[in-house]
Design a protein around this ligand. Structure first.
Ligand SMILES: NC(=O)c1ccc[n+]([C@@H]2O[C@H](COP(=O)([O-])OP(=O)(O)OC[C@H]3O[C@@H](n4cnc5c(N)ncnc54)[C@H](O)[C@@H]3O)[C@@H](O)[C@H]2O)c1
Length: 330
């Protein structure tokens, strides 16, 4: 049984709290948060130890697995401290704000022999996995390119750090990393070059609200990522995969929230039945715990997550320079 400590009790924490409660192999030992009211509420609800500083949680011997749910700028510092305190760490995405921080985290995991993984949860969705299986089986031939698009309103109830460039807020760090992960996982290759627009066009805050990126993969596949937090517009979430013998399409229903999967051949779309559920966070934790127990690599390795951060920051650099950027780490 693993004693789990969750650092950061904000918007993403309920899914992790639920996951810890769902698994037979984990129990919630402690939560840490600097917001006293929030901490008291979560501890009362879940009957666990509460700490106002993450250092105190790391000193708790009942904690052997830490889930870091903090603003992006704190991921590296707290993950390294947790690893050095002898804990396994699942850190929320993105792994860190730049590759130098990722390297420090990887070095710490290697030095301490503790497991480190990153919360790239999209691969635990049954529909996303069904796409991956069809691609691997070459059900519609070889993948040529894909386009992953998300258009949605900005959520004004975000805490201040989400809106500030200085604290690595904005749509690209927050959601762009999901799009990069999905592409890298589906394409199953490393990104070698990017060309991107990452900017703030709709709102007054300093962090970005629009992103468009073209990723070129080592295996010859290309992907286009588009993500917009609009001031006014229409919602749409869809992913198209162009393959040599047909297409695949993921459409997320606006009302249903369901991800529907279709195969396109000869001008028609045929739906593929997949039972979608909302257990992705529990599946992610379960896979991480299995890797810890079996002393094997977790499904999301730190090296893989570092590559995603390299792609993320290369896109920002490309946008700043107004030209293609070739990745150094691939
Ligand atoms: N996978 C997903 O779908 C998903 C969704 C939302 C957020 N996230 C990720 O989760 C992470 C956290 O995001 P969030 O939305 O929960 O943020 P949030 O701002 O809602 O919560 C962060 C919490 O950390 C606490 N905190 C800040 N500094 C602290 C410190 N030094 N020590 C202890 N506690 C501290 C804050 O008081 C707050 O309660 C981010 O990496 C974000 O990208 C992932």
């Amino acid at each position: 049984m693993h004693g789990v400590g969750i650092i950061g009790a904000g918007s993403v924490s309920p899914g992790h709290l639920q996951a810890v409660a769902t698994l037979e192999s984990t129990h919630l030992q402690a939560v840490a948060d600097t917001d006293a009211e929030r901490l008291a509420r979560v501890c009362a609800e879940h009957g666990c130890q509460g700490y106002s500083s993450y250092e105190d949680l790391l000193a708790d011997e009942g904690v052997d697995l830490v889930i870091v749910c903090l603003p992006h700028g704190l991921h590296c510092e707290v993950t390294v401290a947790a690893l050095e305190a002898g804990k396994h760490v699942l850190v929320e995405k993105p792994m860190a704000v730049n590759v130098e921080e990722c390297d420090a985290m990887i070095a710490s995991a290697q030095r301490t022999g503790k497991q480190l993984s990153v919360g790239h949860m999209h691969r635990f969705s049954p529909t996303n996995r069904a796409v991956q299986k069809l691609l691997r089986e070459q059900a519609v031939g070889d993948l040529v390119c894909l386009c992953d698009e998300a258009y949605r309103p900005f959520n004004p109830n975000r805490p201040a750090w989400y809106l500030d460039k200085a604290t690595h807020g904005g749509l690209w760090y927050q959601n762009g990393i999901h799009l990069i992960d999905r592409s890298c996982w589906w394409v199953d290759s490393r990104v070698v070059a990017v060309k991107a627009l990452i900017d703030s066009r709709f709102f007054e805050f300093s962090a970005d609200d629009v992103a468009m990126a073209l990723l070129q993969f080592e295996n010859g596949v290309y992907s286009t990522l588009i993500h917009v937090w609009w001031r006014t517009g229409g919602r749409r979430f869809s992913t198209e995969f162009v393959c040599t013998d047909g297409m695949l399409q993921l459409r997320r229903g606006i009302e249903s929230g369901r991800n529907d999967l279709f195969i396109g051949r000869d001008g028609d779309w045929e739906q593929v039945e997949v039972t979608e559920d909302h257990d992705t966070t529990a599946r992610q934790l379960s896979a991480f715990v299995e890797a810890i127990d079996a002393v094997t690599e977790p499904p999301v390795t730190a090296e893989y997550a570092r590559h995603l951060v390299a792609v993320l920051t290369a896109c920002m650099e490309s946008s700043r320079l107004g030209r293609e950027v070739v990745l150094q780490d691939s």
